[in-house]
Design a protein around this ligand. Structure first.
Ligand SMILES: CC(C)(COP(=O)(O)OP(=O)(O)OC[C@H]1O[C@@H](n2cnc3c(N)ncnc32)[C@H](O)[C@@H]1OP(=O)(O)O)[C@@H](O)C(=O)NCCC(=O)NCCS
Length: 168
């Protein structure tokens, strides 16, 4: 559990499945994310991805809550394809009612500070978003992740993206 800047970041559990299903009822959340948790089986699988990632040190996924025991406001995760490598990647979303209050930039900043302190070998964290996701671009800039480059579409007919990176 991480407590900083008035936020608590805590690990996901299966008790969070109803809150996950409710959050993923939002079409914007489904539009901009790849792994959906909009049914009970999908949400159980989503929680298992967080748990397995923690076990193999490739994903540190946290629920964002205003205080311990409070309702879920979003998620933020540090992903490490190489668990001992110098680069990581951050991912996040906030629930529809929690948006527009600077929550995601705060949570990304808290996770980033924690990650650089917890993993001294980690030298840079990347943040990728699709070009059309202007809200996510604002999160990157407000969380101190400058734009590094514009990325080509991953497949024909798809949107390109932005790579933002914050160095340790
Ligand atoms: C992108 C997202 C995480 C931003 O979270 P947030 O907690 O609302 O962050 P902020 O309050 O800092 O708002 C960021 C931008 O969202 C837009 N915004 C403001 N109010 C909003 C609202 N009520 N609803 C949606 N977007 C809003 C604004 O462009 C804002 O930028 P600004 O502060 O320069 O005006 C959130 O909209 C979300 O979860 N979207 C769906 C999933 C997603 O896109 N995840 C990221 C994938 S890369």
């Amino acid at each position: 559990m991480i407590n900083a800047d008035g936020l608590t970041l805590r690990l996901w559990t299966e008790a969070d499945v109803p809150a996950l299903v409710a959050a993923y009822a939002d079409p914007d959340l489904r539009r901009w994310t790849q792994l959906h948790a909009d049914t009970v089986p999908a949400a159980l699988a989503w929680v298992a991805v967080q748990r397995d990632g923690l076990a193999n040190r490739t994903r540190y996924g946290f629920a964002i809550v205003g205080s311990a025991g409070g309702p879920i406001l979003g998620t933020v995760a540090l992903k490490r394809a190489d668990p001992d490598g110098p680069r990581g990647e951050v991912g996040y979303w906030t629930t529809a009612p929690a948006r527009g209050r600077g929550l995601a930039p705060r949570a990304v900043s808290v996770l980033t500070d924690w990650a650089f302190a917890a993993f001294p070998e980690l030298r840079a964290i990347d943040l990728r978003h699709r070009l059309g996701n202007l809200a996510s671009c604002r999160v990157a800039v407000k969380a101190g992740y400058p734009l590094i480059e514009t990325l080509p579409p991953e497949a024909p007919g798809r949107d390109g993206g932005h790579l933002h990176t914050r160095a340790a």
